[in-house]
Design a protein around this ligand. Structure first.
Ligand code: C2E
Ligand code: MG
Ligand code: MG
Ligand code: MG
Length: 283
């Protein structure tokens, strides 16, 4: 009897597993079609310096699903990475994001960086080929394109990462380390990577003004960046209290719902124009 029940449980578990596997396969098939049909689109969120000037915009991918509407990356990035589709998706995002550079120039905002997220699965020679193509065909000036890498992407194979980043930097690309503080970074390597700034993870910014440990972590990251002579961007800034704390403690740039949600490029451009703000002096 017990044996039978055990077997039934095993069967139940097994069919559940299969249902998940089937769903996963279906998702991958849908993702492949979506890539072919151009269903992915990019929203942009602004980054501002502490003086209020816009410094950059971050491209954040969305899936314009024909039935389910606009889907966030959490719904599909993992499946893309696991099924080998991330390279193709990343290429589309890179092309679309960078293609807006000319519009920034026309709007007198040529100094704004366009930041594109790159996951560990994309951090390969193919990325170099794609970036080289985009930089050349769009004639992007130095500093116009920023790649956001995670600690895990670069620490997986640090020597390989240093070489690849150096070659990309030679194309005029700059780098930030995304979600900094949540992964594992060797400080010894950190100074050898051509990094331009650290992005303080939202999880530390969230309770900054209420949690002494989070405040200590933010302070340490800002100090670390200063001593490495690189910049900082705080992500997920939602309140004026957080803004004030970060500005008082020397964080260079701020990004979050307080300043603007991810939105369509045209809407963002209208926003920046309406603020009457000028871009950074350095082109
Ligand atoms: P991330 O690069 O750390 O991006 C920040 C995320 O926080 C974005 O979520 C953004 O919409 C959200 N956010 C920004 N400000 C606030 C705020 O004030 N409050 C709160 N609660 N959230 C805020 P999103 O767009 O859902 O993206 C999630 C993650 O997906 C990104 O985290 C990034 O790791 C990944 N991702 C997005 N686009 C791409 C892409 O094109 N390629 C790759 N490889 N990954 C991407
Ligand atoms: Mg990012
Ligand atoms: Mg981030
Ligand atoms: Mg994050």
């Amino acid at each position: 009897q017990a044996k039978l029940a055990g077997r039934n449980r095993a069967v139940e578990y097994r069919s559940e597993f299969d249902a998940n596997a089937v769903e996963r396969l279906q998702l991958v098939r849908h993702l492949r079609d979506a890539l072919d049909n151009g269903e992915f689109t990019v929203l942009f969120q602004p980054q501002f310096g502490c003086d209020g000037r816009p410094l950059g915009i971050e491209a954040l991918v969305r899936w314009q699903h024909p039935v389910r509407g606009l889907l966030a990356p959490a719904e599909f990035i993992g499946a893309c990475e696991e099924s080998g589709l991330m390279q193709q998706l990343g290429r589309q995002v890179l092309l679309e994001a960078a293609s807006h550079h000319v519009r920034l120039v026309e709007a007198g905002l040529s100094g704004l960086r366009i930041a594109v997220n790159v996951s560990a699965a994309q951090f390969t020679e193919e990325l170099y080929t794609d970036v080289e193509y985009v930089v050349r065909t769009l004639a992007l000036p130095r500093g116009a394109l920023e790649l956001e890498l995670t600690e895990s992407a670069v620490m997986q194979s640090p020597e390989h990462a240093i070489t690849l980043m150096q070659r990309l930097a030679d194309l005029g690309v700059c780098f930030s380390i995304d979600d900094f503080g949540t992964g594992y970074s060797s400080l010894a390597y950190l100074k050898r990577f051509p990094i331009d700034r650290l992005k303080i993870d939202r999880s530390f910014v969230q309770d900054l003004d209420r949690n002494a440990q989070d405040a200590a972590i933010c302070r340490s990251i800002i100090e670390l960046a200063k001593s490495l002579d690189i910049g900082t961007v705080a992500e997920g800034v939602e309140t004026v209290q957080q803004e004030r704390w970060l500005r008082d403690h020397g964080c260079v740039a701020l990004q979050g719902y307080l300043f603007g949600r991810p939105q369509r490029f045209d809407a963002l451009l209208d926003d920046l124009r309406a603020r009457g703000v000028e871009g950074p002096i350095t082109a």
